[in-house]
Design a protein around this ligand. Structure first.
Ligand SMILES: Nc1nc2c(c(=O)[nH]1)N[C@H]1C(S)=C(S)[C@@H](COP(=O)(O)OP(=O)(O)OC[C@H]3O[C@@H](n4cnc5c(N)ncnc54)[C@H](O)[C@@H]3O)O[C@H]1N2
Ligand code: MOO
Length: 340
């Protein structure tokens, strides 16, 4: 830091804020710390009573915080992300559309291990909305050694550190199991819940089939939906341990490859995930009808972003897998399901 005459400060970086006060009218910053002084600033600074300033001279091989922030943001941002203008060195990554946010944790950690570099993100595998701020980046000093930014850029060339994948609009088949519903003893309350959830992601329900608690009939319904072009199949009910809970057997009978029966998530532990070829089949337990947010809300955005659900991913859901059942649900702005 050095003191220079205002006239000699052009091209240098201001080390402190400069306040302007007009009695009765205005009090605030005329120039912010970090501002690069240009020729037009000189008369204004002189009018503010500044004949000398504390500045850092921009040295060769060093970058101003705004330029450094922009270069880090460009290196980190993958598909589906736009950049904000730098403000006091900080640049935000903004979702261009609704979708699934993915963060490469290993490479994020690699970048943040470079001293004086800051990349702060939302959690991995979370649904985000268009316009959401999903990450912010900056450097700590006002000027930074360019080599550090080049290290970030090298990492950014290898991988998309942050990205937002849009959802695909699937044709969805719904199978409601339960003899009590099939025979009209009670009204179906489960179908409307899952239909509303998939509609929220822009998916169409192709067909909704009611079946009794009969594994063969459930298998038949699954295969009929596949034949009719369903790209995602959701079954409701019959997922636990009663003798009449035969939905998992029905899904198996349909020829599905089972990824998991059970997930370390509450509510939603009695979930089944299976595939028939590329078509995901999700067996949804009763809690999905009853609770606002469940394992279904964790997995649906991943499925719709065309991610194949694997057993290791399911296992990771245990950390943060317990919903806090808050009076006003803030999901996904909470810890529920952040382990995956
Ligand atoms: N002994 C145990 N009992 C339960 C366990 C367990 O581990 N051991 N798990 C509990 C958990 S967790 C859940 S979740 C539910 C799972 O429920 P199911 O998916 O098996 O649901 P059902 O038995 O078919 O039905 C439960 C309940 O919900 C009503 N229902 C079901 N479908 C509909 C529908 N389409 N419309 C309206 N109502 C519906 C059904 O009539 C029952 O009252 O099991 C726990 N039990
Ligand atoms: O599948 Mo059950 O909550 O664990 O609701």
């Amino acid at each position: 830091m050095q003191m220079v005459r205002v006239e000699d400060a052009i091209g240098n970086v201001l080390c402190h804020d400069i306040t302007r006060i007009v009695p009765g009218e205005f009090k605030g910053e005329a120039f912010k710390k970090g501002h690069v002084i240009c020729e037009q600033d000189i008369p204004t600074l002189l009018k503010l009573g500044k004949e000398h300033l504390y500045v850092w001279k921009l040295k060769a091989g060093f970058l101003h915080e705004n330029d450094a922030g922009l270069r880090i943001a460009r290196a980190v941002a993958g598909h589906g992300l736009a950049l904000s203008e730098p403000s006091e060195g900080k640049v935000n990554l903004i979702a261009k559309h609704d979708g699934l946010l993915t963060i490469n944790e290993e490479f994020l950690t690699g970048i943040n291990s470079i001293e004086e570099i800051v990349v702060a993100t939302r959690n991995h595998n979370r649904p985000v909305k268009q316009g959401d701020k999903v990450a912010g980046v900056r450097v700590i000093p006002l000027m930074i050694d360019e080599q550090k930014i080049q290290m970030v850029e090298e990492i950014g060339q290898k991988v998309e550190v942050a990205a937002v994948t849009p959802y695909r609009s699937y044709k969805v088949g719904v199978i409601t199991t339960g003899s009590e519903v099939y025979h009209g003893r009670i009204q179906d309350k489960f179908g409307p819940v899952v239909k509303a959830k998939v509609a929220g992601f822009g998916c169409k329900v192709l067909q909704h089939i009611l079946v009794p608690d009969d594994a063969a009939k459930i298998a038949q319904a699954v295969n009929a939906l596949i034949a009719n072009g369903a790209e995602l199949i959701l079954t409701t009910g019959g997922m636990s341990v009663d003798p009449d809970d035969v939905t998992p057997s029905g899904i198996k009978k349909a020829g599905a490859q089972i990824v998991t029966y059970g997930a370390p998530v509450l509510p939603g532990s009695m979930l089944m995930v299976a595939y028939i070829g590329k078509v995901p089949v999700l067996g949804l337990p009763g809690c999905v009808m009853y609770h606002k947010t469940t394992v279904f809300d964790l997995l649906l955005p991943l499925v719709l972003a065309e991610r194949r659900i694997t057993r290791p991913l399911i296992v990771k859901l245990g950390l943060g897998g317990m919903c806090l059942e808050c009076d006003v649900c803030q999901y996904p702005a909470c810890s529920f399901g952040t382990g995956a």
